[in-house]
Structure formats: C-alpha cells, structure tokens
Design a protein around this ligand. Sequence first.
Ligand SMILES: Cc1cc2nc3c(=O)[nH]c(=O)nc-3n(C[C@H](O)[C@H](O)[C@H](O)COP(=O)(O)OP(=O)(O)OC[C@H]3O[C@@H](n4cnc5c(N)ncnc54)[C@H](O)[C@@H]3O)c2cc1C
Length: 413
Amino acid sequence: MHDVVIVGAGIAGLAAARALHDAGLRVRVIEARDRIGGRIWTDDSAADGPIERGAEFIHGDSVASWEYVRLLGLTAQKAALWDGRRIYWNGTVSTAQQLESNSDIARLTTLDAQIMAYRGPDVSFATWLDAHGYEGIARHLADMRYAHASATTPERASVYAMQSEFAAQVIQGGDDYHIRNGYARIVEWFASGLSIELSRPVKSIHQDENHVTVHCADGTSYQARRAIITLPLALLQRSSVSFIPALSAAKVQAIHALDMGAGCKVILRFTQPFWDENATFMTLPDPAPVWWTVDPKRSLLVGFFTGPRAEALLAQPDARAYCLDALRRVYGNVVDATCEAYELVDWSNDPWCMGGYSSVPVGSLSARTELARSEGRVHFAGEATALDGHPASVHGALVSGQRSAAEIMVAHA
Ligand SMILES: Cc1cc2nc3c(=O)[nH]c(=O)nc-3n(C[C@H](O)[C@H](O)[C@H](O)COP(=O)(O)OP(=O)(O)OC[C@H]3O[C@@H](n4cnc5c(N)ncnc54)[C@H](O)[C@@H]3O)c2cc1C
C-alpha cells in the first residue's frame, strides 16, 4: 500500500513524486514508456553535444526550471532571439535589425503590448490580426511567434489566453535559453531515488471512499490513498485510460474544451554550417517556416512543425525531401550537398502523447482550472493543467506537479 501513486514519469509526475517522497510519503510512479522524461527526451549520443528531441528551451529569465539549473550547476545559454534572428523576406535572408526600418516588422516588437491592451470579448488571434491590419510578412511572423509556437493556429488561438500567458511572461522575462548539458539532467535529478515502474501502461483508475487502485495493461495493480494523473491532454481526450467512477461532466467538458495540436521536430545534420555564424532562429516561408540552430557553430538545424504544418509534413511520402526542398528554396543547393543525417521526431503519433502540447481556443480560458481540479482522491497535473500562465512548457508542468503534491500534503496533514 502506497500513500500516492503517480501516473506518468514526465516532469510533472516526477516533480510531484520528488516533493512527496522528500516529505516522507510512500510514492510509486507508473510510466508507460521504457524511459523517464516524457516530452523531455535528450539524445546524448552525438559527439558534439546533446540534441533535444522534445522540449529544448527554458522560456523565461526566472521560471521554475532555473532553480534546478543552478542547483545542478548546469550551463544555460541565451538563444539570442533578436540578434540571431534571420528572416526570409523579398527573396533574401535578412537579419532582424536590417528589417527594423520596415514599419510592418517594427510594429511586431510591441505586439505583446498591443494584445495586452485589447479590451473586448474573447476573439481569435486571426480576428485580432484582421482588425489591426496585420498581413503579409508581419502576419506570418506574428503567426510563427504566437500561434505556431503554441501548437495552434491564429484561427483557433484565444486572445484572452494569450493575454494571460503574456502577463506571466512579463513577470518572468521573455528570453529563451538552451541548457548546454541537456534538459534530461533536470529530469534525472528529480527521478533519483524514486520508485518508478517503466514499460507499464495504466489502463484504468478506480477509486472508492478510502483508496485509489491503478490497474496496468500487464495485469499489475497499485493501491494508494491518492493518485496523481499526468496524462497528456490528447490521451484524456481519447479516454485512453478509464476512470471508475467516471470523471465528472465538468471535467470531461474541460478536457474537450482545450486543444492539443500536432507537433514534431526535424533534426538535420550537415557537414558544415551554411548559415552565418551568429544565426540562431530562422523564420522562412511555408511550408517549413521555423528552424533554429542548437549552437550556430554546430552543423545542426532543428525544424519545428506544429498544427496543420506538422500534419502536412507527416502526410508526405518523403518528409526529408520535403524539408530539404523548403530549405533549398531559401539557401540553394548547398542544402542537399551538405545534408548528412536526418531524424523526424513525431510526437503526434507517439502513443503516449499524441500531440505537441495544449492550447486554449476562443472561449475556453477557464478550462485549465477545471482540468486541474481534483476529483475525490484523484489529482491532476501536467502542462495542460498549468494555472500560472505557463502551460505547454516544462516549467509549467513542473509547477503543476508540485501543486498536486501540495494538495495531497495538505489533505494528508
Ligand atoms: C516538440 C516539442 C517541443 C517542446 N519544446 C519546449 C521548449 O522548448 N520549452 C518548454 O518549456 N517546453 C517545451 N515543450 C513542452 C514540454 O515538453 C511539455 O510541456 C512538458 O514536458 C510536459 O510535461 P508533462 O509531465 O506534463 O507531460 P509528459 O512529459 O508528456 O509526461 C506524461 C507521461 O505520461 C506517460 N503516460 C502516457 N500514457 C500513460 C499510461 N497509460 N500509463 C502510464 N504512463 C503514461 C507518458 O509516457 C509520459 O512520460 C515541447 C514539447 C514538444 C512536444
């Protein structure tokens, strides 16, 4: 008999488990995969340093992840967002500074403030962009920065949700950082000394007045006083785990009120960089608009595809050729001549995720609060339940796990 059983060994589940274990509770984590980390999945096999197949950046100057970067003595380097920015426009790749004199592009630097100033009913980002005359390159850049990055589309994204996330970012700073040692180091620290069952998919969760029993596909089961569920939103939407008794109508409604868009990464290795030595982020035309360098001096480009762009990529008979073709149109034949390795990391068809991360469509801002609410002895954590304005992120998921742990410690006291 355990005090708490936790479903999922991603950062939310591990952060919850760490907090409860350190408080003296008997905790067991049950994970479907044969590894920990969930959507944090660092490839440590490359000689020139870690490559992130999932989460890559720390988004923000003072978000929760920093506590562990410092504790573990990790190196996090600013991913020069503006100075290293390269934008394809009018047939050429320019630096962001070169385009600052373009009034369409210059107004993007205050887009957060423009959105924060919006007062009115919740509308889609597309409606807001229409009303403010964003078109052409300015609209493309706004889509990349705000909708595509959130694994949604301007037509789906809620302006109210954007405001709540911007408010949190204002408090915690807006730069992005790469953990040079790999995100997995944080995951490993959280997991050390915990009881974690790997390769054990959970099938159903039963609760009665005194206990929760978690049943796994292999016939094993675990009983505890309470449970924390950190299943990705798309798996809750697909009812991949059954709850007995059934979840409340309000919870089911919240699960379906949120979106989880497709998400995947393409990692291309070249014999040598063909970009300039300071380039960090490239915003290119569709169909493959977002690329970045892990370090401009490493010969790697990472492509990030979400929503319909991810779906289009995944529908291709040859996704590698599709990416090289898109890059060739910008950089020329050097792309094909120097490409030596390719990896597609498809989170949308990953059975233990089935998407990139959650987002809020118009009119659904309160759904995260409902999703995060406990039902009897069953508590909910994970990025989609982040209530601090940082959903869809590592730090938001981490804090959501700690929040669930705190709920249980209060109940346990
Ligand atoms: C491509 C990509 C890039 C990203 N980039 C960034 C970034 O740069 N910065 C950032 O902050 N965030 C980023 N994110 C988001 C971030 O990775 C997630 O928000 C965060 O890792 C989610 O953690 P979690 O614990 O909520 O969920 P998960 O990490 O998904 O953990 C849930 C766990 O539950 C397990 N599970 C599922 N079903 C079962 C079952 N039936 N039984 C048992 N276990 C089960 C899963 O295997 C998984 O391990 C990115 C995500 C993706 C997909």
